[in-house]
Design a protein around this ligand. Sequence first.
Ligand SMILES: [Zn+2]
Length: 496
Amino acid sequence: MRVAVASFEFEGNSLSPRRDGRADFTRKGMCEGAAVLAAASGKRIALSGGIDTLAAAGAEVVPLLLANGGTGGCVTDEMFAYACDVIVAGAAAAGPWDGVYLALHGAMITETDGDPEGTLLTALRQALGPAVPVAVSLDLHAHVTEAMVEAADIVCGYETYPHVDAYETGAKAAALLVRTMRGEIRPAMALAKLNALLPVLGMATLGDAPMAEVAAASREMERRGVLSVSYFPVQPWLDGADVGIAGLAVTDGDTAAAEAAATAVADAMWTRRARFLLPAFTPEDAVAEALNRPERTVLLVDGSDAIGGGAAGDEAAVLAALLALAPGVPAAVSLVGAAAVAQAAAAGEGARAVFTLGVQRLAVEAEVVRLADGRFTYDGGPFAGAEATIGPAAVLQAGAVTILVGSHAVYEHTDEHYRAAGIDIGACRMAAFKQLMNFRKLLSADVGFVPVHGPGATPLDLTAVAWNRRVRPFWPADAMAEPPRLPTVSRLFGGA
Ligand SMILES: [Zn+2]
């Protein structure tokens, strides 16, 4: 078995001004060819799970590309064309293949393309022909499209949120690819989608949350013989007519069963939709609420400026609320502000100055406590084991409020970025995070949280967004009795 493998992961956000080009992907460790195996070795990313599973099955694994852009606004057309060329032209030039495995996110957008994964997979299919099975792993927040389902044979999504199973999802897709290459199974795949969005803050697959029930029902379908069942509650900040929550299933040759399972998963999310809503506070109310909480440390979850959802991480509304309402209470805040970092570096450690922070251009008099390189290693999550950096960073102290200023917006897992800068959030009464879910890993009897609804590119209220392309009626903007179904798509490996 000779298998080409590649990753090209990016989560887009139509409301974010960020643009990620080739230099950004390079900074995040992009590599090609043989270097991919070394870069993926020992990691807990999806690509590593795919590679390890294929190698263990005796396949010859030929790596083409490792490109993980994390999250942001969109990928530049130049970067997308480059990655497509490495994967598609690379696969065409180095074949023949028995199979292909790709680790994608599934919610990428580019400057001009609302479905780049569909474009990539369609081009790959044209290069490979219909007989080569293509397996894909996706993030749980993927925007799975008709084009993707029509061009791939096996699609598996993460089962967990917070994401702790990227490696296992790559392994799951690759294992089904191995069985397909051996002729043991003939994948039939179906996608069922609803014109509905759900709030990300309520998407946890933990405890008694609604997605935990959807996950349990999906695993039960797999126990009963469906090869793979995935749920895609979708990255909601994508402005597209076909963006919606979806179920996807892969069976052994039974298209009708795949359609039934996919529909059941989509409907399982739909019937629980009201339970996804969690109350959130304005920044000022959140600080007041946190001060009344009994826990030692309260996490202020700035969900509207969630870097993992594609936001820029440069909103200072929570910082402003802390400085106004609780300047003497130990707290930690992080935000992006390259100019302030440069100013702090020029002033030097120990200097005092007035810094301009956030898109609000908040003037903050602070002491430069520490300068840092911003580098850290993820200790879990979808990028577990991978290195990352918030870029040159400065730790500023304003009263009892410690401010970590970085130069780049980088996906937040838990508190790795704080720890790398010498900040112990456990010693703080309040600690702010720019994310929607991974903070739950920090919760305990001593650590609670308050969701914040402030400014930013990941607004918690999905009805307040000025969508350009969404089709009405859609949930939650419009009341409706029946599930707003979009066309179901299916594909049988090798054709009907
Ligand atoms: Zn995700």
